[in-house]
Design a protein around this ligand. Structure first.
Ligand SMILES: CC(C)(COP(=O)(O)OP(=O)(O)OC[C@H]1O[C@@H](n2cnc3c(N)ncnc32)[C@H](O)[C@@H]1OP(=O)(O)O)[C@@H](O)C(=O)NCCC(=O)NCCS
Length: 166
C-alpha cells in the first residue's frame, strides 16, 4: 500500500525536523545563502514569531516524520510591504521530485489568497528545481540580479519571482 503524505500546519514539536531539513540545504547547497546552520534556539524564535504574527508554516508528513515544509514571511522590514509575503519551501533530499514541493506550494498559495496581494520567491539562479516549481505554480521570473550573493567562494545570481494573488 502506498503511504499517504499529509499536509498540516506545523507545531512547535516539528521545529527540530524543520530545522534539520533547512540546515541540510544550508550545508550542502548554495540555494540558501546562509553559510552557517541555524541554531535550534534561532529556529524556535523563527517559529514563534511566525505564530505570533500569523504567518503560516506548514509541513508535509510521511509515517510520522516531517519530510518537507513551507512558510510565508514578511518581505523586508518596511510596512509598505505588508501586502507581500516571501515564500520558503524545503523538501528533504530523499523525497524530492515526487510532487511534494508542488503540494506544499499550492497549499500555501491557497492559504495566502485573500490575505496577501503578492507572493515573492527569492531563488538562486542555478536552483532549477525551485525555478521549475515556482513557474509551475504560476510565479513569473521578473529580474535576475547578477552576483548579489556570495557563498562557497562563488558569486551567485538571484532571481526574484512573483505571483499576484486573486
Ligand atoms: C525546490 C524543491 C522544494 C522542490 O521540491 P520537490 O518536491 O522536489 O518538487 P516537485 O517534485 O513538486 O517538482 C516541482 C518541479 O520541480 C522540478 N524538479 C524537481 N526536482 C528537480 C531537479 N532536481 N532538477 C530539475 N527540476 C526539478 C519538477 O520537474 C517539477 O517541475 P515540472 O513538473 O514542471 O517539470 C526541492 O528541490 C528542495 O527542497 N530543494 C532544496 C531547497 C530549496 O532549494 N528550496 C527553495 C529555495 S528558493
Amino acid at each position: 500500500m502506498k503511504d499517504k503524505i499529509s499536509i498540516r500546519p506545523a507545531k512547535a514539536a516539528d521545529v527540530p525536523e524543520i530545522n534539520a531539513i533547512l540546515n541540510y540545504a544550508v550545508m550542502h547547497t548554495n540555494y540558501n545563502l546562509n553559510t552557517r546552520p541555524r541554531s535550534e534556539e534561532k529556529a524556535v524564535e523563527w517559529f514563534e514569531s511566525h505564530m505570533r504574527e500569523n504567518y503560516p508554516v506548514i509541513v508535509a508528513q510521511l509515517q510520522g516524520k516531517v519530510i518537507g515544509w513551507a512558510s510565508l514571511s514578511h518581505f523586508r522590514e518596511y510596512s509598505g510591504y505588508d501586502s507581500t509575503a516571501e515564500v520558503s519551501i524545503y523538501v528533504s533530499a530523499d523525497h524530492r521530485h515526487k510532487g511534494i514541493g508542488t503540494t506544499l506550494l499550492t497549499t500555501l498559495i491557497t492559504m495566502a489568497e485573500g490575505r496577501y496581494h503578492c507572493l515573492i520567491a527569492v531563488v538562486t539562479d542555478n536552483n532549477w528545481a525551485s525555478l521549475a516549481l515556482h513557474t509551475r505554480c504560476g510565479f513569473i521570473a521578473n529580474t535576475t540580479f547578477r552576483e548579489i550573493g556570495f557563498k562557497n567562494n562563488t558569486y551567485i545570481d538571484i532571481t526574484f519571482m512573483t505571483k499576484l494573488l486573486k
